[in-house]
Design a protein around this ligand. Structure first.
Ligand SMILES: [Mn+2]
Length: 334
């Protein structure tokens, strides 16, 4: 990861734009907002713009609505040169949305700040650390390197970013380094319980009822290594729940004994969205990539054309083969 490059690029830049991937999550938004506050303290002109507007559940990370959607931005008729375009929480321009991608092309410099898998060459030219638990963790390190104090506002944003990307500090990507940064963030006076409640304690009773229904239908394979949930459009409609609020359902499977892979299959139109979570040494990102998706070692997603029954059967068969191969390999290694 190239911290010196970050320092020199931000030092010489006057106008800085910061974006994140489409359908921004709390790691992306928290990271871009924290960076904005820090860089503004150094006298930089900073604009945060994303392809899609911030969803209601993350509005508390940008109370004054500083982040512009692409649609809002084009109305500004912005003519100045962009010296530096920072892309957070992805290292692929195809993930930031077509409008923002066009804007990046006109910027003098581009810098990725990210923790997703990336080729070695790309890592050395950007601030990419694939061992970091969240982009927020890298941003904390970078703000520190700028000599800017991690104040309460910055700390709240970064804490939320790391909290959500580590699924509340339970993923293997969490290290001593993560917790040393977290300690610094809490020392700023930010309240971890507030950050937690704003993200997780906002459910409605309809969410509870849907979750109860879905969990009662959870399935598991014969040796209890793969468990899955399925969610069709009819059920979502019946309980009147926003599909975006069902992401966390899969986490309920992770408490099962012997479990290696958890899956959530959700039908949306003619596609099925598949979320995968793994425990231990199973890398679900390679599985997801092989099926046209992507993600992290322990959390990945795929979007596949088809109906939920066929896709579920197809993916489960592949997961079984992968686990069988792995256990065969482990016994030869013994
Ligand atoms: Mn992330």
């Amino acid at each position: 990861m190239n911290i010196e490059l970050f320092k020199s690029l931000t030092k010489t830049a006057r106008n800085i734009f910061i974006t994140t991937h489409q359908h921004p999550d709390a790691d992306g938004i928290g990271s871009q907002m924290a960076l904005k506050i820090a860089l503004e303290q150094l006298g930089k002109k900073v604009l945060c713009i994303n392809q899609h507007p911030t969803s209601a559940k993350y509005k508390h990370l940008d109370k004054k609505s500083h982040i512009l959607s692409y649609k809002q931005f084009i109305k500004l008729d912005f003519k100045e040169t962009v010296d530096l375009f920072i892309v957070t929480d992805t290292n692929s321009l195809s993930r930031i949305g077509t409008g923002i991608e066009e804007l990046v092309k006109n910027a003098k410099n581009l810098l990725f700040i990210d923790h997703h898998p990336a080729p070695v060459e790309l890592r050395s030219l950007h601030c990419i650390d694939v061992t970091a638990s969240a982009t927020g963790e890298i941003v904390g390190q970078l703000i520190d390197a700028l000599g800017v104090e991690l104040n309460q506002n910055i700390a709240f944003l970064l804490y939320t970013a790391i909290l959500i990307d580590t699924n509340s500090f339970r993923y293997p990507s969490v290290t001593g380094k993560t917790h040393r940064l977290i300690a610094k963030l809490i020392d700023s006076g930010m309240k971890p319980s507030n950050a937690y409640n704003r993200i997780y304690c906002n459910k409605k009773i309809s969410d509870m009822h849907l979750l109860g229904n879905i969990l009662s239908l959870a399935k598991i394979n014969s040796n209890e290594t793969i468990a899955w949930l399925t969610l069709d459009e009819k059920t979502l409609k019946k309980f009147n729940v926003d599909p975006e609020d069902t992401h966390h359902f899969i986490n309920n499977l992770l408490v099962l004994d012997n479990l290696k892979i958890a899956c959530l299959f959700r039908q949306t139109g003619d596609h099925v969205k598949i979320s995968l979570r793994s425990t231990g040494n199973i890398d679900v990102s390679t599985i997801a990539e092989a099926l046209g998706g992507g993600g992290h070692h322990h959390a990945a997603a795929i979007n596949m054309l088809g109906n939920i029954e066929d896709v579920t059967q197809n993916v489960l068969q592949k997961l079984e083969i992968i686990l069988q191969n792995q256990s065969a390999q482990e016994s030869t290694n013994k």
